[in-house]
Design a protein around this ligand. Sequence first.
Ligand code: SAM
Length: 630
Amino acid sequence: MNNSNTFGPLMETASLTWRDGQPVSGQFGDVYFSRENGLEETRYVFLQHNQLPGRFQQLSNNETFVIAETGFGTGLNFLAAWQAFQEHAPAGSRLHFVSVERYPLSTADLERALALWPELAQQARELVNNYPQPVSGCHRIVLDGGRIRLTLYFGDAVEAFEAMTFSADAWFLDGFAPACNPGLWQDLLIQQVRDHSHQGTTLATFTAVGRVRRALADVGFQMQRVPGFGPKRDMLRGDLEQATPRNTENAGHILVVGAGIAGAATARNLAGRGYRVTVADQGGGPGAGASGNPQGALYAKLGVQLNDQTRLALAALLHSQRFYPLAAPNAWHPTGLLMTGFSDQERERQQKFLAANTYPDTLLRAVNKDQASSLTGVTCPEGGLWFPDSGWLEPAVLCRQLLDHPNIRTEFGFRATRLLPCNNRWCLSGDGRQDLQADTVILAAGHLTRKLMPVTGEFRMKAIRGQITRLPERHLTQAPNAVITGARYLNPPADGHVVTGATFDLRDPDPEVRADSHRENLDGLETMLPGLLAAPGMETEGISGRVSFRCTTHDYQPVVGPLVNGEGHTLGGAWLLTGLGSKGLMWAPLMAEYLADVITGEPQALPRALAGRVSPERCLAATRKTGSPA
Ligand code: SAM
């Protein structure tokens, strides 16, 4: 990777020198941790002076403890906190660690630095395996089966804390010494530390600089100077007493309507956080709707401009690429994915995209037609963009596995007809079935969601028909060994068939598989990869397919957040997760993560600007929102 002249979203990584086997920052000229014993220093400065072992022990089941840090560096502090949490905290409790990093270590440097601590080897391996790509923005990493969550923002600390939503129980104020790094220790950052704290929040820092102590005291922390680690004379610790108490949320019993990928991922996420969840779906099993296709491709169309829309898609893609190998290794096939430059327009778009952005080539890279052909095993008339960590998925298998959790109960064949508030709870009626009641309800029913929303008003969501074609492999002259997308997508064969599609039929409610849609899919495939079909004009009779309906919004962004009525007022305890369009595989894992964060009051996976992109309120038709005609 070339660090010079980089422009978004690739990050400049830390340039390290190694002195006696220990990392030293080239950018700041300071050490990452004490030369005496970095791990013991972390335990002394940050764990002991935030009284973490004792506070961990006192957590109740299902409680989450939040640590925030300035300067993730090698992740040593994080791993030490994780290990102490495993040792001291009760089984059902969880740790959430929020950190920021301006110059992320490369994965190779991270691995080398963490190899210094054999007793953290298990945690280090898991971190290294899930360490984010060096792209700016917020990364959510779920570790230890969901017991540990890391929200790692690659960017400047002040920018990060401005953007993020969380409240810390304890702070690790790390970062290089104020003399080497005055940019970090500014008053604005100290104010942000205060803003992301609550009554009882503590902090610890290795520095004892008077200016830092006074600034922290000025924003309300009761500061104490205490003996430092090893040869260091002093360090600081502090408590915040005069502040609003911590907000604790309890969503109670949760009902999720929809057992497709959105509902299943959300249900599993909340079940993993200790909630009892009931999932209702009209189908006979998981993934009966749009998530029931035998194969689906995981890809994002990243915008030429690195705006919030592009950042949101990028965050979702990266999260999914981490999620599927862990959630459903048997249903996930990381074959790589080619986005072909199949038309003049798309080629031009890709050229502009490459000229305007720098992405790590571990995430995506440009390939010519020969490279594209050798990567996919199919003769490609054009090159395109190659995504090495993407691939395809068996969505229904995934949904089934996600719903297999002791905290999840399923109600299949439940044709929901009406959702109403009753006695501070929610009550869902279904044809010929006993009503389901819950404290919290999440509508994740794709295009059927609008019908169940107990509100008037016009929401800019619509159903779009999509038919896929499942073609016996013998109809192809070459079998792809990676996913190819463009005019259509084409997946590698499974069970002797390839899947291609899907049509995009506006205002077409026909649920039946049709010959004209097969024709359209085959023509699209022939345009994208001429010569691949053995007989392009072949009869489509006898070829199987499947029709489902996407729920799409006016701006092709998902809808995730509190249910609002036509006037934009929220309805307590009711939430939406829909509008995933044809990108359910890309959106669902991160959107489920974010919605679960919001419902439980935990640190949020999406920075505020990106959260705004998915807010249900934006889907209110302009006539209602502004009171003026659209
Ligand atoms: N906590 C780390 C660990 O456990 O390895 C050590 C942190 S190291 C002493 C300081 C870190 O702060 C460096 O990785 C540095 O790149 C980062 N940093 C410095 N200034 C920053 C800023 N303004 N915003 C975000 N990170 C910053």
